[in-house]
Ligand binder design. Structure first.
Ligand SMILES: N[C@@H](CCC(=O)N[C@@H](CS)C(=O)NCC(=O)O)C(=O)O
Length: 91
């Protein structure tokens, strides 16, 4: 299940790559640098040259529990990718 979830995020990075030709908007990527699932998505984005708005959520400071982030992902986990009204997080 976890691998599938991460792969779904990677697939959306690929989708954003393809969509970038139509939409000038960059996806927002909520992440914490040491997080392994975040790093996988970042590697996919780097390979595909997807430019993302990088938004750090510092887990050490509990930023995943702020009301602002809980609106984005009530399950308070990263990685989260949002693009053109689509919000994708791992389940
Ligand atoms: N749901 C992901 C894992 C996501 C996850 O647990 N992320 C961690 C960081 S690697 C997180 O956000 N933890 C913060 C929390 O649970 O409050 C999976 O199944 O692989």
């Amino acid at each position: 299940m976890k691998i599938f979830s991460v792969l779904s995020l990677v697939a959306v990075v690929a989708f954003c790559y393809a969509d970038a030709r139509r939409s000038p908007k960059k996806p927002d990527f909520y992440y914490f640098p040491p997080s392994p699932p975040c790093r996988l998505v970042m590697m996919a984005a780097a390979v595909l040259k997807v430019d993302m708005n990088m938004k750090t959520i510092d887990l050490m400071k509990g930023e995943q529990l702020t009301p602002e982030f809980l609106k984005i992902n009530p399950q308070h986990t990263i990685p989260v990718l949002t693009h053109d009204g689509l919000t994708l997080s791992e389940r």
